[in-house]
Write a protein that binds this ligand. Structure first.
Ligand code: EPU
Length: 347
């Protein structure tokens, strides 16, 4: 384990933000992790866990120990006639893992192909796409508990998965995820109820075809971070009260929306942003992508302050036009490496 000083993180975050970490270490095992935590303790440094960097907003300078997760490996823990349970290292690349499951004829994750990032981040915001969420197939999450200084297994129930949320978001400084255990099916049970996925899949009802169609749809709408640095959807789809939705719907009956439990409605943020004229529009070097208005792109070499100018202007505009506060999806860090809340937009 080697601690490095003044490390540029631009290549390690998919929005390509310039960000210099005072202290940085890449770790490949739980032993490395424990040594890194001890170093941080001795040097009174906060720690920032860096995974695939595909959902992070990093400031230009970070005074903290950045721990870059690189724990690899896929192990079959158990299996029966119907299912197999796999232990997957937090540092495995998510998309490669999904492709591998399909090649092994293990099913469930095909709708989640091509999501950027690493396996260890998948439970944190319960990544989701095309009607499936990672939490649907996570059996448990192995963590290092920084409060109790020991390894723990957190069961699916205790992860409290919901839309882009889990306990790992509520308590971000407590757990370091080392492995994720997935229970996958041996029989394909394809989830085709999202949008036009069913048409795209057609008659070839195999997991492989489903995976290929998801890849095709994503490639047609979502920019490749290598070409257009981005963090996927920049805002969550807002979930609003039925009474507020009724007012919105009476003015805009074409708004795409999805009923939720407890008299709530999820509204398509990308549609609101497009209606507000932001699709394909830039403010300085930062703008909303021309094929998917929910994706913010760093078109040149913008830093966090410039990114914030653009997304705050979009938030303000949406609030003024529709009375809806959009909440950014990526996690915002301060200069001490702590996660901070996004401020709410209001009048
Ligand atoms: N829409 C527009 N204009 C746009 C973008 C979208 O009118 O510029 C409309 C679409 O026509 C559609 C609706 O909004 O009726 C939903 O669009 P889409 O199917 O593209 O999905 P999304 O709601 O924008 C969510 C996830 C994506 C995920 C897709 C597919 C969130 C915040 N985003 O996007 O996840 O891939 O559904 O399931 O929930 C991510 O989280 O980074 C991400 C890419």
């Amino acid at each position: 384990m080697k601690i490095e000083k003044q490390v540029q993180l631009k290549a390690f975050n998919t929005l390509s933000l310039n960000s210099i970490a005072s202290d940085y270490v890449k770790i490949s095992s739980i032993d490395d992790l424990v040594s890194a935590l001890t170093y941080a303790n001795e040097h009174q440094l906060n720690i920032l866990i860096l995974s695939g960097g595909s959902n992070m907003l990093l400031p230009e300078h970070i005074h903290a120990l950045v721990i870059h997760m690189n724990i690899k490996g896929i192990t079959k823990l158990s299996e029966d006639d119907q299912t197999a349970t796999l232990q997957v290292g937090a540092g495995e690349i998510w998309h490669d893992f999904v492709l591998w499951t399909t090649s092994q004829e293990l099913y469930g994750l095909q709708n989640l192909a091509l999501i950027p990032g690493l396996v260890g981040a998948s439970p944190v915001q319960n990544i989701g796409a095309y009607g499936v969420e990672a939490g649907d197939f996570i059996e448990s999450v192995e963590v290092y508990d920084r409060k109790e200084n020991k390894i723990k297994h957190i069961t699916r129930e205790d992860c409290h998965f919901s839309y882009r949320h889990s306990i790992f978001k509520d308590d971000p400084d407590r757990y370091v995820i080392t492995h994720v255990n997935f229970k996958l099916r041996k029989q394909a049970d394809l989830k085709l109820n999202y949008g036009d996925l069913k048409n795209a899949v057609g008659d070839d009802l195999t997991g492989l075809n489903l995976q290929n169609q998801v890849i095709k749809i994503r490639q047609s709408k979502l920019p490749d971070p290598k070409e257009y640095p981005n963090v996927g959807s920049f805002f969550k789809n807002p979930v609003i009260l039925q009474s507020d939705f009724d007012k919105l719907f009476s003015k805009y009956p074409q708004v795409p929306h999805y009923p939720q439990p407890n008299d709530q409605i999820k509204v398509a943020a990308g549609w609101l942003i497009e209606q507000a004229g932001w699709k394909g529009k830039q403010l300085g070097d930062v703008g909303m992508f021309h094929k998917q208005a929910l994706v913010l792109v760093n078109y040149a070499d913008a830093n966090l302050t410039e990114v914030q100018q653009t997304y705050k202007t979009v938030q303000q505009d949406i609030y003024e036009k529709f009375g809806i506060s959009l909440e950014p999806e990526p996690v915002l860090f301060n200069q001490q490496g702590f996660i901070i809340q996004h401020p709410l937009i209001s009048e």
